[in-house]
Design a protein around this ligand. Structure first.
Ligand code: C2E
Ligand code: CA
Ligand code: CA
Length: 427
């Protein structure tokens, strides 16, 4: 994805009435043209503030199509079907629009479900035909906003979601470029003695002016846009720097203990190409840590999406000396076949199973079976999301080696995480 400002067509800049532009947003004075019928399309727009009127000229007769307000997208049609602009867009008031470059729009459409894509293309073709036969009439189609500025609730919700998504993508792209992320570390505890055996590095994004964004909100977008690739490299590098600092700290303390490991999450897209895999492997090889203390967490989905590439990726990462953990184990749809085909070392039992331990006998049987399976295959087990003492006791008594959860500790900044190495958990 490129920054939209760089993709701006020169003709756009020459249009009189342009007030200014910054990082993808462009301001227009009331009455100025955003684009003109017949021009080639270079980007679509989303209205940040103000109103835009869309109309077209049919043999000298101007036909009104729509008045669009904040959150509305327009100018997308000619990008999607490669035809010239079918209408003219004019700013009704002082208006700020966010420019969505062709590549970003097409990437989003192409990443979508093929049926959705087909519907989109068919709808555009239908719209074009209607317009050509002068069927399209402003009263009928354009007034998703009425004259008082009221909009229908379902349309408003869809629009708000789309607007948030576009904003999130722009902010995320800039945050990745500026490395505006931090990592928290959650202890992974040996259940037999309460010692912190390792940590899971979890990414955090202090989104400007907003609360700390949860990775659940932005990792899917980072994956969809490919931003997870550079972000993931940074996370691995930073996580291993933290591990190296932990090692030095323990050396300085002459602590008599097992080496601590660091678990880092890796998304499927990070293993898409051999170049990406090699970059991850190089970070592990160059880090000032024992590679045996590096754990890469992947989900079952990674193995299902492209098993051949996953095999290449995991084998290369294993060759560095790192180990591989299957995250959220049991939530995927795969057969258990892959467990012995791939070079895996650890199963992480998903929290949804752990919460069922206490009063659901079938939940207990599932967790018991996973622990037994791991033992048979010579793999370690980590139970995730332990919140209750009863869950912990049950896991201890059923041979689960490691646990992670709010009962012991929430993910914490580095200094706080370091303190967990000096006080074993007691239950
Ligand atoms: P995950 O890999 O399964 O990470 C564990 C999540 O469970 C973390 O949420 C952690 O804070 C939370 N958790 C830990 N103990 C408990 C507990 O006792 N109760 C409850 N309710 N939750 C607990 P977080 O940090 O919000 O991360 C959510 C997900 O976002 C992660 O799930 C992972 O899929 C993704 N993620 C986080 N950091 C990264 C990263 O650096 N890279 C990638 N690719 N994904 C990440
Ligand atoms: Ca994880
Ligand atoms: Ca997990």
């Amino acid at each position: 994805m490129t920054l939209p400002a760089l993709n701006m067509d020169q003709s756009l800049i020459e249009i009189s009435g342009l007030l200014g532009s910054q990082s993808g947003s462009i301001q227009y004075r009331a009455g100025s043209r955003i684009f003109e019928q017949g021009q080639p399309g270079d980007c679509a727009y989303m209205i940040d503030s103000g109103y835009v009127e869309v109309s077209y000229d049919d043999k000298g007769k101007r036909t009104f199509l729509a008045t669009l307000g904040p959150g509305e997208i327009f100018g997308e049609m000619s990008l999607l079907d490669g035809q010239p602009r079918s209408a003219t867009a004019i700013a009704l008031h002082e208006t700020t629009v966010i420019c969505i470059p062709r590549k970003q729009l097409l990437d989003a459409v192409n990443a979508g479900n093929p049926i959705t894509r087909l519907i989109l293309i068919a709808s555009i073709a239908r719209l074009r035909r209607r317009q050509a036969t002068n069927f399209l009439d402003g009263e009928e189609t354009g007034r998703r906003i009425d004259r008082d500025g009221h909009i229908g609730p379902r349309y408003a919700a869809a629009r708000a979601n789309a607007a948030e998504q576009v904003r999130l993508q722009f902010e995320l792209e800039s945050a990745v470029a500026k490395r505006e992320f931090k990592l928290d570390y959650q202890p992974i505890v040996a259940l037999a003695d309460g010692r912190t055996a390792g940590f899971e590095a979890l990414v955090r994004w202090p989104r400007s002016g907003k609360r700390l964004a949860s990775p659940m909100e932005f990792i899917p977008t980072a994956e969809d846009t490919g931003l997870i690739v550079p972000l993931g490299l940074w996370i691995l590098e930073r996580g291993l720097q933290a591990l190296s600092a932990i090692d030095r700290h323990l050396d300085a303390q002459r602590a008599d203990r097992q080496p601590v490991f660091m678990s880092v999450n890796v998304s499927p897209r990070q293993l898409d190409t051999e170049v990406d895999i090699e970059r991850l492997a190089t970070i592990i090889e160059r880090a000032d840590v024992d590679p045996c203390t590096v754990k890469i967490e992947i989900t079952e989905q990674t193995l299902l999406d492209d098993p051949n590439m996953a095999m290449i990726g995991l084998s290369r990462l294993k060759a560095t000396g790192a180990s591989i953990a299957i995250d959220d184990f049991g939530t995927g749809y795969s057969s258990l076949n892959y467990l012995h085909r791939f070079p895996l070392d650890t199963l992480k039992i998903d929290r949804s199973f752990v919460t069922k331990i206490v009063d659901d006998p079938s939940g207990q049987r599932v967790v018991s079976a996973i622990i037994g399976l791991a033992r048979e295959l010579g793999m370690d087990v980590v139970a995730e999301g332990i919140e209750e003492l009863e869950e912990l006791r049950w896991l201890q008594s059923h041979g689960c080696r490691y646990g992670q959860g709010y009962l012991m500790a929430k993910p914490a900044p580095f200094t706080k995480a370091l303190s967990y190495l000096h006080q074993d958990f007691e239950w």
